[in-house]
Design a protein around this ligand. Structure first.
Ligand code: 0O2
Length: 209
């Protein structure tokens, strides 16, 4: 397997989509006081993780292209749960890629406590040999969901997927706390946005003056 060759279009897709999705954030900032996108990150799955996942899910290496949907991954972080819907709607109307699948782990969270909205797209990459469509997974989540998922991911890595029971129970409680945090923040959303708009105006007037 020539990994450099195989991963090249995935790397290109991640770089292009980071620019495009960050561009959405800039446009929201120009046109309204609140952007539903807080920040955007992207990565190509490391080869070791691709091999681990292929092994776990019994995916033959010559089927990676069609059966592993998150070799290229983007994450869009939002402040509020309602922002996720807005971002998803904006992604649905774009014409530069096609949505292949949506997985709503917010309405139906995973047994682990994981919450996030996943969109799998088919993204056309232009190569010197012509167009190549590849699968990319976009995960959209709040800052609280992201905090929980990042911590759980590290623990899973540390314990090789066998997190001890006592820690698992605490993670479940932390997931509930993250859910409540999102709920509480939604209830005072108006107050928070007023305060943020005030600080943005103050910063701008200081820069002008
Ligand atoms: P990494 O290191 O993030 O690349 P499955 O892997 O079977 O759960 P599937 O079918 O591959 O699911 O697709 P899905 O459900 O969209 O999940 C893929 C990615 O979602 C994972 O990639 C994680 O990034 C994230 N994810 C899904 N479930 C969990 C979870 O319970 N906890 C955390 N922290 N993240 C989750 P990878 O390949 O696991 O890892």
């Amino acid at each position: 397997m020539n990994w450099d060759q195989f991963l090249a279009p995935y790397k290109q897709a991640v770089e292009e989509l980071k620019i495009k999705l960050k561009g959405m954030r800039s446009q929201f900032e120009l046109n309204s006081s609140h952007s539903p996108i807080e920040f955007v990150t992207g990565r190509v799955k490391p080869i070791a993780s691709i091999l681990d996942k292929a092994n776990q899910k019994a995916i033959p290496l010559d089927k990676l292209e069609t059966e592993m949907q998150d070799i290229a991954g983007l994450r869009m972080m939002c402040q509020f749960v309602d922002d996720i819907k807005r971002v998803v709607e904006h992604l649905r109307i774009r014409s530069d890629f096609e949505i292949v699948e949506e997985r709503d782990y917010i309405s139906y969270n995973k047994a682990s406590g994981y919450r996030s909205y996943h969109i799998v797209i088919s993204y056309p990459v232009q190569t010197i040999y012509g167009e190549k469509k590849i699968l990319v997974e976009i995960q959209i989540r709040t800052l609280a969901m992201n905090f929980w998922a990042t911590i759980e991911h590290s623990l899973n890595y540390k314990y090789k997927g066998q997190i001890p029971e006592d820690i698992r129970v605490r993670l479940q409680r932390a997931a509930e706390a993250a859910f409540r945090l999102d709920e509480e923040m939604s209830l005072i959303r108006g107050e928070i946005q007023d305060a943020q708009a005030f600080f943005t105006r103050k910063k701008e007037s200081q820069q002008e003056g």
